[in-house]
Design a protein around this ligand. Structure first.
Ligand SMILES: Cc1cc2nc3c(=O)[nH]c(=O)nc-3n(C[C@H](O)[C@H](O)[C@H](O)COP(=O)(O)O)c2cc1C
Length: 171
């Protein structure tokens, strides 16, 4: 069992996947990691769309300029302010949904899966593409689409630590 730092360094953007399907239970486990994330005042404004249907995945792949990768599954992380537990989500939904997204990426790395975060918000064209293909209503905000699968490319685990970015006690 790797320690948490090893898992964090292991997480890399994977853009080549093998054909193996990802079990639904595994996808649900990833969302358990996502929904364990911190959020402002614990408002949890998130909703997730899990995509496993090949025809829909192909449509996404062909429509997303920066997401043209073969992938067996995807998760779209969305904000729904109407179900948020309090109004903090109006200011902080991007951070809340980003925290959930990063939890998903790290959990996936720890489970031997590869992922890549394809940015949607604030790119209106990408958000619109996701809305059209996945029937996302106008008042739901898709932050990203995360492709998920078993990696078919090797990437080195690494930190990008730079001492020069660190300030102790004062800037
Ligand atoms: C907000 C955000 C948007 C991103 N959008 C894309 C994207 O559209 N397509 C893509 O292939 N990768 C995308 N990435 C992945 C980055 O390119 C990647 O994280 C970065 O190059 C560092 O590489 P690493 O993830 O292997 O550490 C995105 C990452 C973030 C956090």
């Amino acid at each position: 069992m790797s320690n948490i730092l090893d898992t964090i360094f292991l997480r890399r953007s994977i853009r080549v996947f093998d054909r193996r399907k990802v079990d639904q239970t595994v996808l649900i486990d990833l969302l358990k990691a996502g929904m364990a994330a911190p959020s402002a005042s614990n408002s949890r404004p998130w909703e997730f769309i899990l995509v496993t249907d090949e025809a829909i995945l192909e449509k996404l792949q062909s429509s997303l300029a920066y997401g043209k990768y073969n992938r067996p599954a995807a998760a779209v992380v969305c904000a729904n302010l109407s179900i948020a537990k309090n109004e903090s989500a109006y200011r902080f939904w991007v951070q809340d949904c980003s925290a959930a997204s990063e939890n998903i990426l790290i959990a996936a790395a720890g489970m031997g899966l590869g992922t890549v975060w394809i940015g949607a918000y604030p790119k209106e064209d990408v958000m619109q593409t996701l809305r059209e293909i996945l029937d996302i209503p106008e008042d739901i905000y898709p932050l990203n689409i995360i492709y998920i699968g078993y990696p078919a490319e090797d990437k080195d685990a690494r930190t990008q630590f730079e001492e020069s970015r660190v300030h102790w006690n004062r800037y």
